[in-house]
Design a protein around this ligand. Structure first.
Ligand code: DOR
Ligand code: ZN
Length: 353
């Protein structure tokens, strides 16, 4: 069913899922999780904690902490992922998947981003695991950037396609792969022309701004994330892909909270905390593109179909009602700055059960 846009003031849709979130742990987990759960029925939870979530037992314990932190009335299910390391055990991965603990595995090339020091140094090191994942139909979620110091930061994603992804797809033609948080027209084109087992997530922030935002009148750490935003032509390609109705592109916010102190520093952390208004931000993009009718497919249908999971039955609604996004969200004594802080958004979530 297409998103209902008959009445301009209310946009009813199947409840969406978020196929890429960072919920962190401890006080941060407590502070951020309900912001995701209020909109999204399920979320793929990234495993880049310290230490990383790389065993079934660690994932089960982390899942329990998430469930405990979330308001039960929000009816939210976390979907856990396994952090791939050079010495990850294929049996552990298979067992975790069979037991319904691991939904997918996450590939971080070593040192690509936050807490990726334990990531994979050579893709050949995980070929046995990829073999097993292909056999059992378990998705591989890829942070697609090369990590050598010589490569320009703005070229890292496009080069990852040439150097790693093309061979990976050729060697594992039936492996389900999600190219996460794509930022370039090269990535959108690659996914579009690849076989149906290759898909991509797109974040609200990469749809909303280009790399100029990071340097507008000074250094703007709250716009810094990885992969870093690229030039305008890439943003336009992502907007086209997201709103195209192609089932290969779906919602994954990459909401990645860091405290203001950690962001506003001489070496600030990468990540945009977009959970409080992620769905409303996507609605802004889709409306600007004249594609509100495509939002439900992107947010609520393409993801579960790719993962082989049932679509959510619950309905939600967005109202055309202006909201001003708060400047900060509190985490104990600390604060996080959300995406769109201080700005007005035209759509506001209204739950509709
Ligand atoms: O900007 C990012 N932040 N990109 C990532 O890949 C990781 C994330 C984080 O965990 O903070
Ligand atoms: Zn991420």
């Amino acid at each position: 069913m297409a998103t209902s846009v008959g009445n301009n003031d209310i946009l009813k849709m199947r409840r969406p899922d978020d196929w890429h979130v960072h919920l962190r742990d401890g006080a941060m987990l407590e502070a951020v999780t309900n912001h995701t759960a209020r909109s999204f029925a399920r979320a793929i939870v990234m495993p880049n904690l310290t230490p990383p979530i790389a065993t079934v037992a660690a994932a089960e314990a982390y899942r329990s902490r998430i469930v405990k932190a979330v308001d039960p009335s929000l009816n939210f299910t976390p979907l856990m992922t396994c952090y791939l390391t050079d010495d990850i055990n294929a049996k552990e991965v298979e067992q975790g998947h069979a037991e319904g603990v691991f939904t997918a595995c996450k590939l971080y090339p070593a040192n690509a981003t936050t807490n990726s020091a334990h990531g994979v140094t050579d893709i050949k090191n995980i070929y046995a695991v990829l073999e097993a994942m292909q056999r059992i139909g378990m998705p591989l979620l890829v942070h697609g950037e090369v990590t050598d110091r010589e490569t320009d930061i703005f070229d890292r994603e496009a080069l990852f396609i040439e150097r790693i992804l093309e061979k990976l797809v050729a060697d594992f033609p039936a492996l389900k792969i999600v190219f996460e948080h794509i930022t370039t027209e090269e990535a959108a084109a690659f996914v579009q022309s690849a076989s149906e087992n290759i898909a991509a997530t797109i974040t609200p922030h990469h749809l909303e701004y280009n790399r100029n935002a990071i340097f507008a009148g000074g250094i703007r750490p709250h716009y810094y994330c990885l992969p870093v935003a690229k030039r305008e032509k890439h943003r336009l390609a992502l907007r086209k892909a997201a709103t195209s109705g192609t089932p290969k592109f779906f919602l994954g916010t990459d909401t990645a909270p860091h405290t203001v102190d950690a962001k506003e520093s001489a070496c600030g952390c990468a990540g945009v905390f977009n959970a409080p208004t992620a769905l409303e931000s996507y609605a802004k993009t889709f409306e600007e593109e004249g594609a509100l009718g495509m939002l439900e497919a992107f947010a609520s249908e393409n993801g579960p179909r790719f993962y082989g999971l049932p679509l959510n039955e619950e309905q939600i609604a967005l109202k055309r009602q202006t909201q001003t996004v708060p400047e900060f969200i509190e985490v104990g004594e600390a604060k996080i700055k959300p995406f769109h802080a201080g700005e007005e958004l035209a759509w506001t979530l209204a739950r509709n059960n």
